[in-house]
Design a binder for this molecule. Structure first.
Ligand code: SAM
Ligand code: SF4
Length: 323
């Protein structure tokens, strides 16, 4: 079992398989970074898997593949298949912007993928294009339908932004409800890579928008999920709210992140990271495990996002850590 320095059990590994992306979301990667990680520094699937295998042996029960846009990584289904074949009981999920799902979803499902979180910030083509800086909506919608038709379990993620898509919170909630899938509204997390003019809505403002139409009832968190769940009294639909500006979010944190270059990151906010690249490349898995233990021992108690804080937020890029 993996326990961090604050006594929390860590059983969830998020792996960012690439920092590259085919969108330029204003809150994440508004411009192409000055340089990408050189190709030769990216860990291969075999190298990543060397670590994944011991992480599973040590107590990881859930793995999420993310990015950047993970579907840009060639043959991702092969990596999914490696994890699934080693431990079919692992809760194996993927977070994607959905754009490449129409062509990739069948192979991912066949390889063992069970669940997908798809990000969708607007149902208006022009607004979606304003946020992602590309005409993305038709392919994202097609991607969602493809995943649902294949029987994959889907959740949707929306980041409400002031003056951009905050008028669509109810529309997206209805869109998800009609399809029988859960939506999670995510507070914008301030970071130095985002467009400086972007402002998010705090959780209570998101709830206020929903309360204009519905009565809502607090449910709670499911396990260590960062999402707090609410039920709409009128129709029983359940949605989630991810509000890292409140720190009860951190109390049950059960996760650790691995980047495409091999950095183990203990917290989404923080800059501290240690590389397992040399260890896994050299086949020294004991050294990788020692690094994992050190990172867990030093995992911070909580993030540093604060409501009303005017600072710029984290220096970590979401497209690098995988969100
Ligand atoms: N490209 C994929 C996608 O967009 O779903 C996966 C990576 S993305 C970094 C993972 C999640 O982080 C997405 O749901 C995205 O909306 C969210 N995200 C990115 N930047 C964010 C920010 N500054 N604040 C809150 N959520 C953010
Ligand atoms: Fe790409 Fe996802 Fe970041 Fe948007 S949120 S730029 S889709 S990594």
């Amino acid at each position: 079992m993996l326990i961090d320095g604050h006594g929390r059990t860590v059983n969830y590994l998020r792996i960012s398989v690439t920092e590259r992306c085919n969108f330029r979301c204003q809150y994440c990667m508004p411009e192409k970074p000055f340089s990408w990680v050189p190709q030769e520094n990216l860990l291969s699937f075999e190298e990543l898997f060397r670590f994944v295998r011991v992480a599973i042996d040590r107590g990881i029960e859930k793995i999420r593949i993310t990015g950047g846009e993970p579907l840009l990584r060639q043959d991702l289904d092969r990596f999914i298949g490696m994890i699934h074949d080693y431990a079919p009981e692992i809760d194996l999920a993927l977070t994607t912007n959905g754009y490449l799902l129409p062509e990739t979803a069948p192979a991912l499902k066949a390889a063992g993928l069970k669940r997908l979180n798809i990000s969708i910030d607007s149902l208006k083509p022009a607004v979606a294009a304003q946020i992602a800086q590309k005409n993305v909506l038709p392919k994202v919608l097609e991607g969602i339908e493809t995943a649902l038709n294949l029987g994959l379990k889907v959740k949707l993620n929306m980041v409400p932004l002031r003056g951009i898509n905050d008028g669509e919170i109810l529309d997206l909630l209805e869109f998800a409800r009609e399809r029988g899938v859960r939506i999670r509204f995510i507070e914008y997390m301030e970071n130095t890579h985002a467009d400086a003019s972007i402002q998010g809505l705090y959780g209570k403002e998101i709830l206020d928008r929903i309360k204009r139409r519905y009565t809502i009832r607090k449910l709670g968190r499911e396990g260590s999920s960062p999402a707090f769940h609410y039920e709409i009294v009128e129709n029983g639909y359940v949605f989630g709210l991810i509000d890292p500006h409140k720190h009860d979010f951190c109390e049950s944190c059960n996760r650790i992140r691995l980047t495409a270059e091999g950095y183990l990151i203990p917290c989404l906010y923080f800059d501290e990271a240690q590389s397992i690249s040399r260890a896994v490349r050299g086949g020294d898995i004991d050294e990788a495990v020692e690094i994992l233990d050190r990172v867990l021992a030093d995992k911070p108690k909580e993030n540093r996002w604060r409501e009303g804080d005017e600072n710029e937020g984290s220096d970590r890029a979401f497209y690098e850590t995988g969100g």
